[in-house]
Ligand binder design. Structure first.
Ligand SMILES: NC(=O)c1ccc[n+]([C@@H]2O[C@H](COP(=O)([O-])OP(=O)(O)OC[C@H]3O[C@@H](n4cnc5c(N)ncnc54)[C@H](O)[C@@H]3O)[C@@H](O)[C@H]2O)c1
Length: 315
């Protein structure tokens, strides 16, 4: 097992790298990213890779005899709406490069994240099913919906084992999120601990599906390790954790920091949030690979605050 991670320095990659190393061995996990700064020892062996450079990608796959790729390099929703051309290019050309190199060089397995951004305003909002109306209105959502289709095409046409999860907004304390619409749910913790106040860019009653990172990492590896024959779906698994509104999260934080204050000044991200579901039905993931989230709002908030307090006091 030799695993390449693209976008390894990001919010998911920085935690997935450590978890995969524990399971498969330090030297069997090769991290890569377009970034050249802050490459700490936990990311070694490390390769500088722009996912648009297919020749370099193929060289790395050959050099390390890569068998599995976790393809995390991507432009997220809010950054993508500011630069839709870049979003299309990185998310689509980057993914196509991964799939083609896998086909040409015999990489056995690709894990490629999708997102709740595949859904749009016409999609039923409550307990949204996996198979439903997929009419995204953001460029990010369009690339994720098209990404699911091309991944499934490579499964059917070329027999490559490609799998993917529709992540909800992910909450974590190790690495800051990379410019998504659910980033408020991470920023709020930093601001509550440092300044006891937060100006939220979404309305107080905006409910979005979220998940705590330890659940997301565990679920991702669980899907990757499931016997291929058990899977009826491949690249489009709904994946449910916790749904809460901005004010419900603020109230939970207030239980730990009673003088915390929040104000609401919605910006362009409100429209993106309004086009997404508020809760997710993930029964195919439960049935096909035994998925079950462990963290609820209370447990996640307590764990975030404990870990961020330590992090801030060590800075
Ligand atoms: N974090 C979330 O809440 C969330 C939710 C839904 C889906 N996802 C998906 O999960 C995947 C990983 O997301 P993340 O949150 O870790 O993102 P992130 O923005 O934190 O990290 C992405 C990484 O990709 C790198 N990158 C950007 N352009 C690149 C390029 N041209 N070549 C190589 N690397 C490049 C960035 O430097 C960054 O380290 C993405 O596909 C994203 O769409 C994330």
């Amino acid at each position: 097992m030799k695993i390449l991670i693209t976008g390894a320095l990001g919010q998911i990659g920085s935690e997935l790298t450590t978890s995969l190393k524990k399971i498969y061995g330090e030297q069997n996990i090769i991290s890569s990213d377009i970034r050249t700064e802050n490459i700490t020892p936990e990311f070694l062996p490390y390769e500088h890779l722009n996912i648009l450079d297919k020749i370099k990608l193929a060289e790395i796959v050959k050099k390390y005899k890569i068998t599995t790729i976790y393809h995390l390099a991507s432009i997220l929703s809010a950054v993508g709406e500011k630069n839709p051309q870049l979003c299309w290019n990185i998310n689509m050309t980057g993914l196509h490069n991964i799939l083609e190199v896998a086909r040409e060089l015999g990489v056995k397995q690709i894990i490629c994240p999708s997102s709740i951004a595949v859904f749009g305003p016409e999609t039923p909002k409550i307990n949204t099913k996996q198979q439903t109306i997929i009419l995204p209105k953001t460029m990010y959502g369009i690339t994720k919906a098209a990404g699911e289709l091309i991944c499934d095409y490579y499964v059917a046409k070329f027999g490559i084992d490609v799998r993917g999860i529709r992540y909800p907004g992910l909450i974590s304390h190790k690495t800051l999120p990379g410019g998504g619409t659910t980033d408020y749910a991470v920023e709020i913790f930093y601001e509550a601990l440092k300044n006891k106040s937060y100006k939220c860019f979404l309305k107080s009653d905006t409910i979005l599906p979220m998940m705590y990172m330890p659940d997301a990492i565990r679920g991702t590896i669980q899907l990757a390790e499931t016997d291929f024959a058990r899977l009826k779906n491949h690249s489009n698994f709904n994946f449910s954790g916790i749904s809460f509104s901005c004010s419900e999260l603020a109230n939970e934080i207030k239980k730990h920091i009673p003088d915390f204050e929040i104000s609401y000044v919605p910006d362009f991200r409100q429209e993106i949030a309004d086009s997404w579901p508020s809760s997710i039905d993930d029964s195919p993931a439960q049935e096909q690979w035994g998925w079950k989230a462990e963290y609820d709002l209370e447990r996640m908030t307590e764990d975030m605050i404990t870990n961020l307090r330590n992090k801030i006091s060590n800075d």
